[in-house]
Design a protein around this ligand. Structure first.
Ligand code: KG4
Ligand code: ZN
Length: 350
């Protein structure tokens, strides 16, 4: 069984072929056309530019995914596409392409939630992991903690009340005029900074999420307070020094101190949830799981606490279509096929 995965939820046009041979998943190809150079100029993703670029790149990316796998259209058994969440104009490009391909080939269409894709990237990389598992999806759009008791079933334990962790990285980088996307840049600068240089105020999460009263908020996140603290610190130092741009060593210290707080929060909550639910493993997925400190600290804590931690390789952490094909295989296994009137859903819940 070979699934063609298609992903266009944000600023990456991606296609991949993933094969399921007796329950073992293997990546045959994984092609990503990044639009980051287009959006960098604007300091963030411009939705209209993103959807237009997806239209330009879609066919070529799929052809390359077939070519890299030395496969032909006939070899494709099903097509899995990201239905949401994401930018609606961008999603529509992938969904329309997938529907057309499914109709032309007479092969089943599978609708995938982008977050399920990030979660399944862990199974795609590592194979079956011990359950129950705690999975933290941490990206530019999401910081969501899940409990997985059985494969393919995701129970939301908590999520961010405001900014996603990656969004906080991107906003702090923008504030310091460091460029876009901010995560990798801050990660790099943090390596030369003093992580204890700046003390940030504590984050308090007092009220449960009013939109989700069934959750008590214990495993929710909030990054907007930290972002505001960074803004205040930068404005104060700029005024004290009488400069627009802070000296490089101060920027490095800020990056290191900011990164320490974000990563500690993510790791602490994931391990706390694992203890609370008696989980046998922990996974980190999504663009921010590419972070060097998060990888290092999570694996170190894994050794100390004797609970295995799984993080996919970088090309499966950031947005890609192999994870969408994997989540598609999970759907196919459960017999869930999408109808021909499938539509994109910008805020599709998981
Ligand atoms: O999963 P992803 O590629 O797209 C979304 O679904 O959002 O994640 C992108 C996010 C961006 O906010 C980017 O700044 C962040 O992941 N990111 C990182 C690193 N690499 C990417 N954040 C921290 N450290 C990194 N090394
Ligand atoms: Zn993503």
């Amino acid at each position: 069984m070979v699934v063609l995965g298609i992903e266009t939820s944000c600023d990456e046009t991606a296609a991949a072929l993933v094969e399921d041979a007796a329950g073992r998943w293997s990546i045959k190809s994984n092609v990503v056309a990044s639009q980051v150079d287009i959006h960098r100029e604007w300091g963030g993703v411009v939705p209209e530019l993103a959807s237009r670029q997806h239209v330009r790149d879609m066919c070529g990316v799929v052809e390359r995914a077939l070519g890299d796998a030395e496969a032909r259209w006939d070899d494709v058994d099903a097509i899995a596409v990201t239905q949401g969440p994401g930018l609606v104009g961008s999603l529509l490009v992938g969904v329309s392409f997938a529907k057309a391909a499914s109709w032309a080939l007479n092969k089943p269409l599978v609708a995938v939630n982008h977050l399920a894709g990030h979660i399944e990237s862990i199974w795609l990389e590592h194979g079956p992991i011990a359950l129950p598992a705690i999975i933290l999806v941490v990206s530019g759009g999401h910081t969501s903690l899940y409990l997985v008791k059985s494969e393919g079933h995701y129970e939301l334990l908590g999520r961010t009340r405001d900014d996603a962790a990656g969004e906080a990285y991107d906003k702090v980088a923008k504030l310091l005029s460091l460029g876009y996307p901010g995560g990798p840049i801050i990660d790099r600068l943090a390596a030369s900074g003093n992580e204890t240089a700046i003390r940030w105020p504590g984050t308090r999460l007092t009220n449960p999420d009013r939109n989700a009263p069934e959750r008590d908020g214990r495993f929710d996140f909030s990054f907007s307070g930290l972002k505001t603290a960074v803004l205040r610190h930068v404005r104060q130092r700029q005024a004290q020094l009488g400069v627009d741009t802070l000296p490089q060593n101060e920027i490095n210290d800020l990056a290191a101190s900011f990164q320490r707080r974000v990563v500690e929060t993510l790791i602490d909550k994931a391990f706390a949830a694992a203890r609370w639910y008696g989980a046998k493993s922990i996974g980190f997925a999504g663009g921010v799981s590419a972070n060097s400190r998060l990888r290092r600290e999570a694996l170190a804590k894994s050794e100390r606490s004797e609970i295995p931690v799984y993080i996919p390789r970088l090309s499966l952490s950031t947005d890609n279509a192999a994870m969408i094909a994997a989540a598609g295989l999970r759907q196919l296994g459960a017999g869930r096929i999408a109808a021909a009137d499938l539509n994109a859903a910008a805020s599709l819940p998981l």
